[in-house]
Design a protein around this ligand. Structure first.
Ligand code: ADP
Ligand code: DAR
Length: 373
């Protein structure tokens, strides 16, 4: 035990913590099945036999193995990405696999690139996306933050979940002005209230199979909950996929107001908390698709002519680095012709760039929709 403990502290240097035979067998089995599958995930695209053999014996100093990172993509062939970082070190220890996936998802962020300094930009340069209210039903801007010193879901203990929540609750109590509100733990929230909050798009879904397979739902719902202000235009998710998701949303297309409210909320939180940030990847998150700015700015939008052909809508969105999701978010279908369209890139550009990329893309999509007569 003593020898094992000593190694835990310097694992990256001495690399003496061995991956157990059971994990190696599970890795080999999962890899072979993924190779034979019809998956289109980035995991399948980039996990070559050579990279697999180079990484399968490695562990981070948190004790995370390659399996801890890829098990969701092994179990969900319909994953888009298929990999999560079990802890912050995983991005380095398993970099041979994360780097090409990151470069693909964030459209060209190479292993030599570094994420730029934070730049929220100038709110006055943004505009209402749909002043006449013809297409945009609502606008939402969110970012994710991880607390320095804590690993990600697969390595979090039950105590960690409780600790993170306990750190945040006193801060939530002091949210100023229009951000002031209340925190509700999922442990004590009545099921009906939880389901209504999910249906109204305020709260995260429960039982996401991708997160479950990634070991991100252990001890659920301990340490999980939601803060929201009185008008539910400012919300904070606690310990869902990331330690924190900071969200601003409201009906209509007033992007500047929604974005400013989220930024104001981040400014309050960062006075009390230290967020995990890497010189190369910017703000660190559980999923590589959220690294960097971690910003996803979205509209719930109706574009009946363009969306009469989903593939056409998706290829147009891709042209503007946008992503199309269903009405209830990721991995869901559209209901009543309402689509969730947002910026796709979050890494290798500033917060200001990401918001502008979304604004320019959405304005173009509305222009094209209206030009179709
Ligand atoms: P995220 O990763 O940003 O949390 P999800 O795809 O999981 O995104 O969506 C989370 C919730 O936010 C879902 O209920 C989704 O319907 C809702 N949502 C996303 N964009 C908007 C929007 N513009 N207006 C209202 N709800 C939205
Ligand atoms: N289920 C993963 C998620 C991809 C990105 N979205 C996140 N992180 N919520 C997939 O590979 O589809």
């Amino acid at each position: 035990m003593q020898q094992q403990e000593r190694c835990k502290k310097c694992n990256i240097k001495c690399g003496l913590i061995k991956v157990s035979p059971d994990i190696l067998r599970a890795l080999e089995d999962g890899f072979e099945k993924l190779e034979k599958s019809d998956s289109n995930s980035l995991l399948k695209k980039y996990l070559t036999r050579q990279i697999f053999d180079q990484l399968k014996d490695k562990k981070t100093s948190f004790g995370s193995s390659l399996l801890d990172c890829v098990q969701s993509g092994f179990m969900n062939y319909d994953s888009g990405v298929g990999i999560y970082a079990a802890d912050p070190e995983a991005y380095v220890v398993f970099g041979r696999l994360f780097n090409p996936i990151i470069q693909d998802y964030h459209v060209g962020f190479t292993p030599e690139d570094k994420h730029p300094k934070l730049d929220w930009g100038d709110f006055s340069s943004l505009e209402n996306l749909d002043p006449n209210g013809e297409h945009v039903i609502s606008t939402r801007v969110r970012c994710g933050r991880s607390l320095e010193g804590y690993p990600f879901n697969p390595c979090l203990t039950e105590n960690h979940y409780r600790e993170i929540e306990a750190k945040l609750i006193p801060i939530f109590r002091e949210m100023p002005g229009e951000l002031n509100g209340e925190y509700k733990s999922l442990l004590t929230m009545p099921k009906e209230e939880q389901n209504q909050l999910i249906d109204d798009h305020y709260l995260f879904k429960e039982g996401d199979r991708f997160l479950q397979a990634a070991n991100a739902c252990r001890y659920w719902p301990v340490g999980r909950g939601i803060f929201f202000n009185k008008t539910k235009t400012f919300l904070i998710w606690v310990n869902e996929e990331d330690h924190l998701r900071i969200i601003s949303m409201q009906p209509g297309g007033d992007l500047p107001s929604v974005y400013k409210r989220m930024v104001d909320g981040v400014h309050v939180l960062e006075q009390h908390l230290t967020f995990s940030r890497s010189p190369r990847f910017g703000f660190l998150t559980f999923c590589p698709s959220n690294l960097g700015t971690t910003i996803r700015a979205s509209v719930h939008i109706k574009v009946p002519k363009l969306s009469s052909n989903r593939e056409k809508l998706e290829s147009l969105a891709e042209k503007y680095h946008l992503q199309v999701r269903g009405t209830r978010g990721e991995h869901t279908e559209s209901e009543g012709g309402v689509y969730d369209i947002s910026n796709k890139r979050r890494l290798g550009l500033t917060e200001s760039d990401a918001i502008r990329e979304m604004q320019d893309g959405i304005l173009e999509i509305i222009r094209i929709e209206q030009s179709l007569g």
